[in-house]
Design a protein around this ligand. Structure first.
Ligand SMILES: Cc1cc2nc3c(=O)[nH]c(=O)nc-3n(C[C@H](O)[C@H](O)[C@H](O)COP(=O)(O)O)c2cc1C
Length: 203
């Protein structure tokens, strides 16, 4: 049976990561339920020149962010993982407060109450104390807060590679095996050599 994953796209920068996540989930045979907020649509258009309809062939269903009667609004629907990518500070706040005022926030609330995987790819900088407190509240409630940050040690040759790396990590956090796992890279660092430097022991 394929994994059932909710992907929420909200109005933060990083829509390209969301697009790659949806593509990777498709490659992995996941049943993806997509919700895009109003400002998520705007950033998708602004940053990727894409509309929500462009993602339709890759997902099982697209739900309106105002549709609280959508199946993913209920815990009994049974979802394996919920990922908000990118997650705006506004939606992070709604999730932390448990308001369930949008379908994205409600789906995240369901994930927390049902104790299923919740991953928030937060994108804001700098982070205020309010953002940090909200992230802590979600983490303490069982969610994973994975900011959209680049991993330079993988030595990405392009922005596309960098985006792929972040997307693959998020997909893996959803419990889905991604064909594009890039970590485990050879850093060319000899850990024994490092230990020698610290201890002065040449053996
Ligand atoms: C082009 C653009 C980029 C934005 N980037 C961010 C961002 O990186 N992080 C963030 O928290 N908000 C960002 N915002 C502001 C959010 O879109 C705004 O707070 C919105 O109310 C979020 O609503 P939503 O969470 O329902 O999508 C951006 C807005 C626009 C128009």
């Amino acid at each position: 049976m394929s994994a059932r994953v909710v992907v929420g796209i909200t109005g933060a920068s990083g829509a390209a990561v969301a697009v790659r996540v949806v593509e990777m989930l498709r490659e992995a045979g996941t049943e993806t339920h997509l919700v895009v907020s109003r400002w998520g649509r705007a950033t998708l258009e602004h940053e990727c020149g894409m509309g929500v309809r462009d993602l339709a062939p890759l997902v099982a269903d697209i739900h309106s962010n105002g549709d609280m009667a959508a199946p993913i609004s209920s815990g009994s629907f049974g979802v394996d993982a919920t990922l908000v990518v990118p997650c705006s500070a506004r939606t992070l706040g709604s999730i932390a407060a448990g308001t369930g005022d949008t379908l994205v926030a409600r789906a995240a609330d369901v994930a927390l109450k049902e104790r299923t995987r919740l991953v928030l790819a937060v994108r804001e900088a700098p982070l205020s104390s309010i953002h940090l407190r909200n992230a802590l509240a979600v983490s303490e409630a069982g969610g994973v807060v994975h900011p959209i940050v680049p991993t330079f040690y993988a030595r990405p040759a392009s922005v596309a590679e960098l985006v792929d790396d972040i997307a693959a990590r998020l997909v893996a956090l959803c419990g889905v095996r991604s064909p594009l796992r890039r970590w485990g890279v050879d850093l060319g660092i000899d850990p024994r050599g490092d230990a020698q430097n610290r201890t002065g022991d040449p053996s």
